[in-house]
Ligand binder design. Structure first.
Ligand SMILES: [Zn+2]
Length: 312
């Protein structure tokens, strides 16, 4: 449980920041391109009684053979609502589900698709975490949402990935990008080379500063951001927040690289934490301050997390 709370701590503070957190908890569809849709949560932060657990995004692609659904939300009830929304644009069943990672707001809706789904795909390590924390996560979310998410059965992934793969799903060639430590213990992103669309969970951000959890390893995150930039997606769909572009990935890579280098330098010079963080914050180039809408509220917490990571 502590692990889950820590993993969510950073998003949790965001609920106080987002002017949109009071919006309705009714799910709505956003068309991204032909065949590609997102369901973007207005709320940010942990599930609560107001958002009824809808704090994370889902995305789906309609193929000739069925629907490919990326993440299923924080409860079975949310899964039921996703299913209803999908039926407004296609009669095809959800054939594949991808769970981006083990954090419970990304996979607890799986059971809503039990009668139609062929494959539920996740990283092997994510599956281990789901088995370990799934039951307690349901209880935790139920408590947070005043029982709005309580009627949730666990439906675990049945296809596990331990390395990166290219698959043909329907008419699409899809590349599965697997990382260990970029956000959670392991994360999957989907790359559609022909459409130049990247579908990511929580590794990539739009208006937030980079999401760092207790499971994040900064060198892995940096390498992953570099990889995404190399692929050069035109559209990036993410786990929390609006769709974004490569601009925000470059922004995050530049910011994180700068701070990481400063921290390493300060460690080698024996500068203590308070002085190090004060110097870094004071000398941050204006382009980083201006690039993040909630910089003033997020920066101290993020710098403290990065300092902690840099000591390991
Ligand atoms: Zn997450």
């Amino acid at each position: 449980m502590l692990k889950l709370i820590l993993a969510y701590f950073f998003p949790w503070i965001m609920i106080f920041l987002s002017p949109r957190s009071n919006e309705s908890s009714t799910l709505r569809l956003t068309k991204i391109t032909d065949q590609v849709y997102s369901i973007v949560a207005p709320a940010k932060g942990l599930p609560n009684a107001e958002n009824k657990g809808w704090n994370s995004n889902m995305h789906f692609i309609i193929t000739e053979e069925g629907v490919l659904l990326f993440d299923t939300g924080a409860s079975q009830e949310i899964g039921v609502q996703i299913k209803a929304l999908i039926t407004t644009v296609t009669d095809l069943p959800v054939k594949w589900i991808i769970n981006s990672h083990s954090h419970a707001d990304h996979w607890l809706g799986n059971a809503a698709f039990s009668s139609e789904v062929d494959q539920i795909i996740t990283a092997k390590q994510a599956f281990e975490e789901m088995k370990k924390y799934g039951e307690s996560d349901v209880a935790f979310f139920s408590k947070l949402t005043n029982s709005a998410t309580a009627n949730t059965q666990l439906l675990y992934p049945n296809k596990l990935m331990s390395k990166e793969k290219k698959l043909k799903l329907g008419e699409f060639k899809v590349e599965f990008i697997l990382t260990e430590g970029a956000h959670a213990d392991s994360d999957l992103m989907l790359w559609f080379p022909k459409k130049r669309i990247m579908v990511a969970g929580d590794i990539l951000s739009s208006d937030w500063m980079p999401i760092v959890t207790d499971q994040t390893e900064i060198p892995v995150l940096l390498a992953t951001l570099e990889k995404v930039i190399t692929l050069n997606p035109a559209i990036i769909l993410i786990g929390h927040g609006q769709a974004t572009s490569i601009v925000s990935v470059k922004r995050d890579l530049a910011f994180l690289s700068y701070v990481w280098e400063q921290l390493e330098m300060h460690h080698s010079e024996g500068i203590d934490k308070d002085i190090s963080l004060t110097i870094i914050k004071r000398n941050l180039p204006a382009r980083y301050v201006e690039a993040y809408p909630h910089f003033d509220v997020e920066i101290d917490h993020l710098l403290a997390l990065l300092y902690q990571k840099s000591k390991i």
